[in-house]
Design a protein around this ligand. Structure first.
Ligand SMILES: *Cc1c(COP(=O)(O)O)cnc(C)c1O
Length: 398
């Protein structure tokens, strides 16, 4: 009989989205005449821009001819895409060597898989609330987690506690689900703390393209010293609407080396390269062609048009909450609006209230961690029309 990885028993039931679907289905069955508006989804809805589509088509056509056909590609990703990403980062004021960029099928896989490079005996800091992948992937590997509380007092941006040691630190900025963004000084504090502790920061910048204030860092590498302490994960999912097309990238600088127990110097870049070339055979050539088109100036302009559409939805939601005097976070450099449940309701209770009285579906904050239990997430990924209608209903409710 196989001995199983019993750490899986320690995972909390992942019932968030299935429970939401279940409650919505039950409501719709009982109220077939009511129009339910879904503002709970963390998924884009606008189609890809034609620059990306053209890139994808070029990839498909290449597959049809013997002289351009592609078989297995480099595990780390094609040079043309790594160069295009490096150039994109440079336009945003960040210098990253194309050779330090690893192309993947998305940031979920990489943020989940990275935990393999680290021993169980580490102090791992993870914010609460946050994207659940960091927590679950560490639990699967039998790791112990120390949670950093995000709350209204720290604007959902936990900061390092100087006298507490950490080895591994997860940060997500702009944050899912709170929409909170670290500024330059705050990220510098994290980088200084990581360097002082010889810790590594695992920085998820999946929403960097939503940042409109040029003063806010879009990459951890905008901070001096970060290449010696940080890995960055990014994705085309929210930037370019690639949630279904699948492409992401992870930056592991060659500067990231640590001394092993036996005194040997180990490079995280070399380890990740070995891990990927052993367990991953690359993102499809076709998708990488589409992704490279996204990173051209023209391609990014189209992405920004879609992002601006979502940001306008976010503004409509934020304005409504402001008028109603409901305290919220995010909604500016992020597609997420995170607010206190009115009347201090528990988040699932508020979910039912909003569904029953306004037919609006959102996401209960409890699904992202204990500190979310009296908060609620709405997303800007709906259509303009639905967002407006939902907010008209919301306006009448409170
Ligand atoms: C959506 C999202 C991602 C992107 O995941 P993909 O696998 O690239 O689609 C990564 N991190 C966070 C926090 C997200 O919300």
């Amino acid at each position: 009989m196989p001995k199983l990885n019993e750490h899986y028993q320690n995972l909390k039931e992942s019932y968030l989205f299935s429970e939401i679907a279940h409650r919505v289905a039950r409501y719709m069955e009982a109220n077939p005449d009511k129009k339910v508006i879904r503002l709970g989804i963390g998924d884009v809805t606008l189609p890809l821009g034609d620059v990306a589509i053209k890139g994808l088509h070029e990839g498909v056509d290449a597959m049809a001819q013997a002289n351009t056909f592609k078989g297995y590609g480099p595990e780390q990703g094609y040079g043309f895409l790594r160069d295009a990403i490096s150039a994109y980062l440079a336009r945003n004021g960040v210098s990253v060597d194309a050779d330090d960029i690893f192309i993947s099928d998305g940031a979920k896989s990489d943020t989940g898989n990275i935990s393999e490079l680290f021993d169980t005996d580490n102090v791992i800091l993870i914010p609460d609330p946050v994207y659940p992948v960091y927590v679950d992937s560490n639990i699967m590997n039998g790791k112990k987690i120390t949670y950093m509380a995000g709350n209204a007092e720290n604007h959902f941006l936990p900061m390092p506690e100087k006298n507490i040691h950490a080895d591994i630190i997860y940060l997500c900025s702009p944050n899912n689900p709170t929409g909170a963004v670290y500024n330059r000084e705050q990220l510098k504090e994290w980088v200084d703390y990581a360097l002082a502790n010889e810790a590594v920061i695992l920085f998820d910048s999946a929403y960097e393209a939503f940042i409109t204030d040029p003063e806010l860092p879009r990459s951890i590498y905008a901070i001096e010293g970060a290449k010696r302490c940080a890995i960055e994960f990014c994705s085309l999912s929210k930037t370019a609407g690639f949630t279904g097309t699948r492409c992401g990238y992870t930056i592991v600088p060659k500067e990231l080396t640590f001394t092993a127990q036996n005194g040997k110097e180990m490079s995280l870049h070399a380890m990740w390269n070995r891990r990927q070339s052993t367990k991953f055979n690359g993102t499809s050539y076709i998708v990488q062609k589409g992704a490279a088109a996204v990173f051209t100036e023209e391609g990014m302009k189209q992405c920004q048009e879609n992002i601006r559409y979502y940001q306008e939805n976010a503004r409509i939601i934020a304005d409504t909450l402001t008028r109603k005097g409901i305290r919220f976070f995010g909604g500016v450099h992020s597609p997420y609006i995170w607010f206190e449940c009115p009347g201090n309701q528990e988040s699932w209770e508020f979910f039912d209230y909003l569904l029953n009285h306004a037919q609006i579906v959102g996401t209960p904050g409890a699904g992202f961690g204990e500190n979310g239990s009296h908060y609620f997430r709405l997303t800007a990924f709906g259509s303009r029309e639905n967002t407006r209608e939902a907010m008209e209903r919301f306006e009448k409710l409170f």
